[in-house]
Design a protein around this ligand. Structure first.
Ligand code: PXG
Length: 460
């Protein structure tokens, strides 16, 4: 049935190397190593062309929340492709899947959200937010309220606006970013700070860097603040409990819009439907993607609060924005099937009450390892920090590439974990079993031992 020819691993790798430019990849380095070719997947396992099974403790790229191999989702896509493979939602048209999904999403979100704008990805969702935020303040008669404040080390996507919102310096340096009207403040990353304050005091200081920036720019110039409830790509930065309430207070006090980027935290990752629910914020926008379809097809979008939507609708006339694939019917059908599974199998509750606490307890046991300086995990989203010296929590010299060594050892042992520098991150499918949780942690422990062995006594 598969329309793709069967080739040997070598043949795939050669073709890949010749023709395929990968995202976020150093192609010279890749050419000498060659790509790992992933051919199939089931449950929480991916399998390469050689038949090696690897436990995917990253859910692809944080997206396969319902796990691989869900026939029900496949069937939903096939049925929709047969019925109506494509039509748009422009020019006074709509179709049942986009309507049904919009209504379903607003049922899951906080009550201020009654409307959804669809996009094809998280980046497009955040580009949409930038345009809606600015349009909103224009319509409110405050066009000078233009600046959106974000955080250093945030990730909001890779298009021009989304990468500008992000706080990834290397991305900015390569492309002349950020675009005007975006400012960045401190992130609530206690482990990465000088640790002179306790975490809660540090959380308040990080939040107040937002207030300082607002005062510096002038409150009448600031349109919005955007943050991931827990920063994902930046290294699963779990903010101290003091952080989000203070950010909410600041947004309220200065009347600025709050954008909760739910691309990773949404759809059960933290044991709630949205990260905003976990931290009890009341956002005005919630961009989403990834887990909404469990990655089976690409789909993103923005939940828009009444505060904003009412103004856009009542005063705005036509909003000149949209994508060919805004609310693609097959992607929406897949999302409906996927959300149906999350609901029917109580997967979100399971993260809060069952597998989440189980993996967290096991994950924290890694803190006993001599190379681990801190462990953290909320729901099924966690990290640990590798350190050279446990007493002072001093990190390794970069030349050791400790995180990369660890990550490669893990994959050899059959588990995908990610390394962001020497921060190791974990975000498995919400369907993870306890036995699979044990495999992740036991493999991580063995790979830490091997890494220890590998770098012990070596000059940097
Ligand atoms: N917001 C957040 C919080 C994200 O994590 C995006 C927006 C952009 O979504 P799209 O669908 O345009 O990729 C993301 C994406 C990594 C990694 O290395 C993370 C993402 C994407 C690719 C790699 O952790 N997150």
């Amino acid at each position: 049935m598969a329309a793709i020819e069967k080739r040997s691993r070598d043949a795939w790798q050669a073709l890949d190397s010749e023709h395929h430019l990968h995202p976020f990849t150093d192609h010279k380095a890749l050419a000498s190593k060659r790509s790992r070719i992933i051919a199939r997947a089931d449950g929480v396992y991916i399998e390469d062309v050689d038949g090696k099974r690897i436990l995917d403790a990253m859910s692809g790229l944080w997206c396969v929340n319902a796990g691989y191999g869900r026939e029900e989702i496949v069937e939903a896509a096939a049925a929709q492709l047969r019925e109506l493979p494509y039509y748009n939602n422009f020019f006074q048209c709509a179709h049942p899947p986009s309507i049904e999904l919009a209504s379903m999403l607003t049922e899951l979100a906080q009550p201020q959200f009654k409307r959804v704008f669809f996009a094809g990805s998280g980046s497009e969702a955040n580009d949409t937010v930038v345009r809606m935020v600015r349009r909103y303040w224009d319509l409110m008669g405050q066009p000078e309220r233009h600046t959106i404040i974000s955080r250093k080390n945030a990730y909001h996507g890779s298009t021009v606006a989304a990468a500008s919102l992000g706080g990834m310096k290397p991305m900015h340096e390569q492309s002349g970013l950020p675009i005007p009207g975006i400012a960045h403040v401190e992130q609530p990353y206690w482990f990465d700070s000088d640790r002179s304050l306790d975490p809660e005091a540090f959380g308040l200081v990080a939040a107040r860097s937002l207030e300082q920036k607002i005062l510096e720019l002038g409150a009448d110039k600031v349109a919005a603040f955007i943050g991931e409830p827990i920063q994902g790509a930046g290294g699963v930065v779990v903010p101290p409990a003091s952080y989000w309430p203070e950010v909410q207070r600041i947004c309220d006090e200065y009347g600025i819009l709050l954008i909760s980027d739910e691309v990773i935290c949404g759809f059960g990752r933290l044991g709630c439907w949205f990260g905003a629910d976990y931290f009890s914020t009341r956002p005005d926008f919630m961009p989403f993607a990834k887990g909404v379809t469990s990655g089976y097809l690409p789909l993103g979008g923005v939940l828009v609060s009444d505060r904003v939507a009412d103004v856009l609708i009542d005063k705005g006339g036509e909003f000149f924005h949209g994508y060919t694939y805004s609310g693609h019917p097959a992607a929406c059908a897949v999302a409906i099937a996927n959300l149906g599974i999350l609901r029917r199998e109580n997967l979100v509750e399971r993260v809060a009450d069952d597998i989440g606490p189980y993996l967290q307890a096991r994950w924290h046991s890694l803190a006993e390892h001599p190379l681990v300086g801190e462990t953290r995990m909320v729901g099924l989203m966690g990290a640990f920090e590798m350190v050279d010296d446990k007493a002072s929590l001093r990190r390794f010299e970069e030349a050791y590439r400790a995180g990369t060594v660890f990550r490669d050892r893990c994959i050899e042992r059959g588990v995908v974990l990610r390394a962001v520098g020497d921060t190791i991150i974990c975000a498995p499918p919400l369907t993870l079993s306890k036995a699979e949780a044990d495999i992740i942690v036991d493999t991580a422990w063995s790979a830490l031992d091997e890494t220890h062995e590998h770098i012990k006594g070596r000059p940097a």
